[in-house]
Design a protein around this ligand. Structure first.
Ligand code: AMP
Ligand code: GLY
Length: 422
């Protein structure tokens, strides 16, 4: 089969790697891809939000299947567009993608279907929102109702911060804001919970925990993700049952009621408190860097799995996993998530192991005349699978040391909640 994968991050390199292992795969195009995907696929510089140019390319190249990595084109309706052109595409349609595109859409589903989530209010004006803050307990969470790559969420410890957040959002920091969401702060531990769906049935697709904050001990600014591990230490049979019954099943029922057949990955960002799950948000795609930790554990042919979804045959499809653990550490450009340099040469890449237990997934990288340069804030993802998180972390440290990239930095405490040994 000829397959196109849309996106350019570590998640998309991991998706490309998993697809490349299938015997059915003849050729992969990554749009636009990175220096890592260039080794196993052909990269193509097209704008993934220009649906017409994507569909023209797909038709010209006789591509059989398109897999969409990031949320933006999904929320903008790429799946609807390609389906109209009779192109096979893996990912949810625009109306279903509202689960990620609009936090208020998701909150309304939570309200109607009694899905456990933080108590919330939706406010249409600065005045009502600020009045509400005056009478609320801190901390409190203020959210813009847009896709803002995590930046539209303000965790406020003081009323003044909440008022500033409301002003920023209504003043248009994330585009025109008709509504604002204010919610109760949930205390607990976060977990990423994934399912895959064919429109009729769904199956669980692992759990993970990621480290979003830039600093050790989970402190400092939010980032795209500094590292992750799979599985989450929080998951157990009882909790999984609660998550499915209280959160995932009612969500799929809600989608069915609005005649939406959800095809693709669904990622529930959960807060777990005393073995009870609360939904923080939905994402309509795989997580990044969670995807990089999860896919190396998959034993099943990934392309067969996607095709089972496209044919609505997921119910009888068995998904097998290696009985191991996995960790991903992200090597970033110094300065990220603030200002950082780009175009810095990365030497020594040939020294890095890439075998059955060590994986190197590129994120912000590009090739120029056989040299590899950084092209973003999160640059490389080092993944190791083993039966022990401590060993995985140690192995990754060795790889990063071998790379010896002077302009990079990484968090040395990824997995600190599951690794007790120093
Ligand atoms: P979101 O974009 O909604 O996932 O929010 C980004 C991050 O903000 C989440 O991963 C949480 O760490 C944090 N967060 C969001 N909502 C809440 C909440 N109600 N209580 C505590 N933390 C939250
Ligand atoms: N790991 C967070 C995300 O993908 O949104």
């Amino acid at each position: 089969m000829r397959i196109a994968i849309l996106g350019s991050g570590g998640r998309e390199h991991a998706l490309t790697y998993a697809i490349s292992k299938s015997k059915k795969t003849k050729k992969i195009f990554c749009i636009p891809g990175n220096a890592g995907t260039a080794k196993i696929a052909e990269n193509l510089e097209l704008d993934i939000n220009n649906f017409n140019s994507i569909s023209e390319f797909v038709e010209k190249e006789n591509i059989d299947l398109v897999i969409v990595g990031p949320e933006n084109p999904l929320v903008n309706g790429i799946v609807d567009y390609l389906i109209k052109k009779k192109i096979m595409v893996f990912g949810p349609k625009k109306n279903s993608a509202m689960l990620e595109g609009s936090k208020i859409f998701t909150k309304k589903i939570c309200e109607k279907y009694k899905i456990p989530t933080a108590n919330f209010g939706i406010f249409k004006s600065k005045k009502f929102a600020i009045d509400f803050i005056e009478n609320s307990k801190m901390p409190i969470v203020v959210k813009a109702d847009v896709l803002a790559a995590g930046k539209g969420v303000y965790i406020c410890n003081q009323k003044k911060d909440a008022v500033d957040a409301i002003n920023e959002i209504f003043d248009g920091k994330f585009g025109v804001a008709k509504n604002i969401l204010i919610e109760e702060f949930l205390d607990g531990e976060e977990m990423s919970f994934f399912v895959i769906s064919d429109g009729k049935d769904y199956k669980c697709f692992q759990t993970a925990q990621d480290h979003k904050r830039v600093g050790e001990g989970d402190t400092g600014k939010n980032t795209g993700g500094m590292g992750a591990y799979c599985p989450s230490k929080l998951i157990n049979e009882k909790l999984e049952k609660k998550i499915l019954e209280k959160i995932i099943d009612p969500t799929f029922n809600a989608l069915k009621e609005i005649k939406e057949e959800y095809v693709g990955f669904l990622y529930a960002g959960l807060m777990i408190k005393d073995n009870e799950p609360f939904l923080i948000e939905y994402n309509v795609r795989m997580g990044d860097p969670e995807c990089q930790t999860i896919l190396p554990l998959l034993e099943t042919d990934f392309l067969d799995l996607i095709l089972a979804c496209m044919n609505k045959e997921l119910k009888d499809f068995k998904i097998s996993w290696k009985n191991e653990k996995s960790m991903c550490i992200v090597l970033c450009a110094q300065g990220y998530p603030d200002r950082y340099e780009k175009n810095i040469i990365i030497e020594n890449l040939p020294l890095i192991r890439d075998d059955e237990s060590n994986f190197l997934f590129h994120a912000g990288t590009k090739i120029n005349q056989n040299n590899i340069y950084s092209a973003g804030g999160r640059v490389l993802n080092f993944v190791n699978i083993s039966n022990n998180f401590y060993h995985s972390r140690k192995n990754i440290f060795k790889q990063i040391k071998k790379l010896d990239w002077k302009k990079g930095y990484f968090r040395k405490d990824i997995g600190h909640r599951v690794i007790e040994t120093k």
